[in-house]
Design a protein around this ligand. Structure first.
Ligand code: NDP
Length: 273
């Protein structure tokens, strides 16, 4: 499925290049976080596959706020750069919010800038955040229409849970958002026809919390005590209840990366106008 989206983006990128427009993604990483390095390497590799130019800016841990802001401003002003991605989390001494707010909204391929967040709220957007948009693509591909369905999103982060809830609402789902203060989580998840879980707790949602026949989308990526990559859903018990379920690894992760490519091609297209 992610392969299909990437193939479509390759065709779109080729068409743009034929018109003299080269999509280009600038990826900024600060410090030595191993997981971030793996994610960035994956994004650069995806760009290569899709035919998007990529520029990696690997800055030392000691980079100051002023230096990082100056780089973002330079990339904003560079007409050869279509999209800018600053890999999160940033080292503690840097102000993530200020950095995100500095990325030009028309190059904000993660869709984290407040202007883009606001546009998502009213349903008039150019970019969607990669993970929730990837989830919606998966639903579409499997012809799962949220209209009228009980949709439960577990997790309310700005990058996954909240925009996910909004996108399901735009698609006419009846949406409930749960979080760490939800009183009886199981009572809510058992109502879900479509359950999206993004909490960052390995195998937390078990089969007994899932309604028979539900569609289960597992966004989580966690390492268990044996170092194995697991989702937020316990796959073995959940798959006995679910009609559809996304695996970890696989499933949402590759789609998230594919949507980044889609957003970058779109940015190149929009910025050329
Ligand atoms: P955050 O840590 O930002 O947010 C976690 C959310 O889960 C919070 O809203 C928190 O509630 C809620 N939560 C935590 N514990 C519970 C609980 N016991 N019951 C109910 N809700 C709970 O995480 P992210 O949204 O950034 O990421 C979530 C997961 O998705 C992580 O595993 C992350 O690695 C993964 N991820 C995967 C991506 C992919 O490409 N596949 C992309 C992005 C993230 P509260 O607000 O009350 O604290």
């Amino acid at each position: 499925m992610a392969v299909k989206v990437k193939q479509q983006q390759k065709e779109a990128a080729d068409a743009l290049k034929a018109k003299g427009i080269t999509p280009c993604l600038a990826v900024v990483i600060v410090g030595e976080d191993p997981a971030s390095k793996v994610y960035v390497a994956g994004k650069i590799r995806d760009c290569g596959e899709v035919g998007i130019e990529s520029r990696e800016y690997a800055l030392p841990e000691a980079t100051t706020q002023e230096e990082l802001l100056a780089l973002v401003e330079k990339l904003n002003a560079d007409d050869t750069v279509s999209g800018i991605l600053v890999q999160l989390p940033l080292p503690k001494h840097l102000d993530e919010k200020a950095i995100i707010n500095t990325i030009a909204p028309n190059k904000d391929v993660d869709a984290f800038h407040p202007a883009n967040v606001g546009r998502i709220m009213i349903g008039d957007y150019d970019f969607l955040p990669c993970t929730p948009a990837g989830v919606m693509e998966l639903l579409k591909e499997y012809e799962i229409d949220p209209t009228g369905k009980e949709c439960v999103v577990v997790g309310r982060s700005n990058i996954v849970g909240k925009p996910q809830a909004m996108l399901l609402l735009h698609q006419n789902g009846t949406v409930t958002v749960c979080h760490s203060r939800t009183k009886d989580l199981k009572e809510v998840t058992l109502r879900a026809d479509i359950l999206v879980v993004a909490i960052g707790r390995g195998e937390f949602i078990t089969g007994d919390m899932i309604k028979e026949g539900a569609v289960v989308i597992d966004v989580g990526m966690n390492r268990n005590s044996a170092g194995k990559l697991v989702g937020d859903v316990e796959f073995s018990s959940a798959e006995k209840k679910a009609s559809y379920i996304t695996p970890v690894p696989g499933g949402v992760g590759p789609m998230t990366r594919a949507i980044l490519m889609k957003n970058t091609v779109k940015a190149a297209e929009l910025n050329a106008k």
